[in-house]
Write a protein that binds this ligand. Structure first.
Ligand SMILES: Cc1cc2nc3c(=O)[nH]c(=O)nc-3n(C[C@H](O)[C@H](O)[C@H](O)COP(=O)(O)O)c2cc1C
Length: 138
């Protein structure tokens, strides 16, 4: 299962994604860069960047990616949230917002780099999703 992810210069999400057994594609760091168009089913991993109660938590790069092409929204199967539980109620809020907007489930949440257990669970979940997807295509 293809995993598309955004990771800022702190690269926690990048380090997590690198450990997955599945193919990954990183979104550009700069919002002005061209965003890819994804033409196959995929799962998105997004960190949350909250900035005050009235500001969005979804990284601008993720918003631009989803707005760039209809395919990026229709091929999205689910969202995985990266965050930090220190943010309390706003833990992984970006994943909740994207999932609600695109009408897909939040599949998993992990903190910072994630643990080896998080990596194993996500790998397993992605494998299941892949198999379910293949069955539905037959
Ligand atoms: C300014 C700032 C705001 C953040 N806001 C939130 C937040 O609202 N909720 C949350 O769960 N994590 C929040 N985080 C934590 C990041 O989502 C977390 O560190 C994530 O692993 C960063 O991923 P990245 O290094 O791949 O960009 C925030 C981090 C920063 C620096």
């Amino acid at each position: 299962m293809l995993v598309v992810y955004y990771s800022s210069s702190s690269e926690y999400t990048h380090k997590f994604a690198r450990k997955l057994r599945h193919p990954t594609q990183r979104l550009p760091l700069l919002t002005r860069d061209e965003m890819p168009e994804i033409d196959e089913p995929y799962v998105l991993i997004t960190p949350t960047y909250g900035a005050g109660p009235n500001r969005g938590s979804v990284p601008k790069q993720v918003k631009k990616f989803l707005a760039t092409a209809k395919a990026n929204r229709t091929n999205l199967l689910g969202v995985i949230g990266a965050g930090n539980t220190n943010f309390g109620q706003n833990y992984c809020r970006a994943a909740d917002l994207v999932a609600a907007k695109c009408n897909v489930p939040v599949l998993y949440r992990f903190e910072l780099l994630g643990t080896p257990e998080d990596v194993a669970k996500v790998d397993e979940g992605l494998e299941e999703l892949c198999q379910r997807q293949q069955r539905s295509e037959i």
